[in-house]
Design a protein around this ligand. Sequence first.
Ligand code: NAD
Length: 260
Amino acid sequence: MLSGKTAVVTGSTSGIGLGIATSLAEQNCNVVVNGRKQNEKSDEICAILDKLGSGQVLFQAADLSKQDEIEHMMAETKAKIGPVDIVVNNAGMQHVSPIEDFDPVKWNLLLSLNLTAAFHVMRLALPDMKVRNWGRVINVSSVHGQVASINKSAYVASKHGLIGLTKVCALETAETGITANTICPGWVRTPLVEDQIVMRAEKSGRTIEEEARDLLSEKQPSKEFVTPQQLGETAVYLCSDAASQMTGTTLTLDGGWTAQ
Ligand code: NAD
């Protein structure tokens, strides 16, 4: 379906980003995989993705909290594969602390990765999308873009901000063939969440699996984790013609979290 299109998926060496990169590669899309550093793991991931479809796979090492590295990644992608048709702003981090103890350095880092990076990627990708009158901007926010939880001030602020940024992009591109939407996952069992489960287990003395069950039952009524594959297939749907009139909206996959 996406043969000949080129997608940049930020933070795609793990978790949700890898799930989305996998689904796009299966659709014969050219996929730019991004992580902070090229290493054995990133080479292995690219080799696996390369076998999934007929598109090219390119690894771009870039620390997305740094503007110059984002600019370099986008310029290299254009030089090596061509103009970008699809951007998936997925790279993100979490830091948990009450506001009064929140390290300002961590606040700035989290905002630059979770929110400002998406602005730079969009700013650099939109001109080429406009020239070809087709594009897909897919921003990975969170249920925390819609509701809050304690001790996650920077994360909740960044994820609410990302939904607002996406809406502005949708309005600015409304009369073009570009759409901009946000995906809002509930709990997905990736390293980002595993760290939180381990922290809880260390504090409570309970097992990791007991804490994982508790984490789900506190917030996610389905009591099941969302999977990276489900999020990948959602991204593919957003790239389809069926979604060409869907813009400025959020697709929430949260097992009922925000229905409460
Ligand atoms: P993850 O930790 O598995 O993956 C994060 C990815 O981002 C990795 O590829 C990592 O290399 C990359 N990354 C981290 N810092 C980077 C940097 N400075 N520059 C470039 N890449 C960097 O996390 P995940 O759970 O897959 O999260 C992906 C996105 O989904 C995040 O934006 C997260 O906020 C969001 N999200 C996750 C969940 C969840 O339950 N896991 C729920 C809602 C939203």
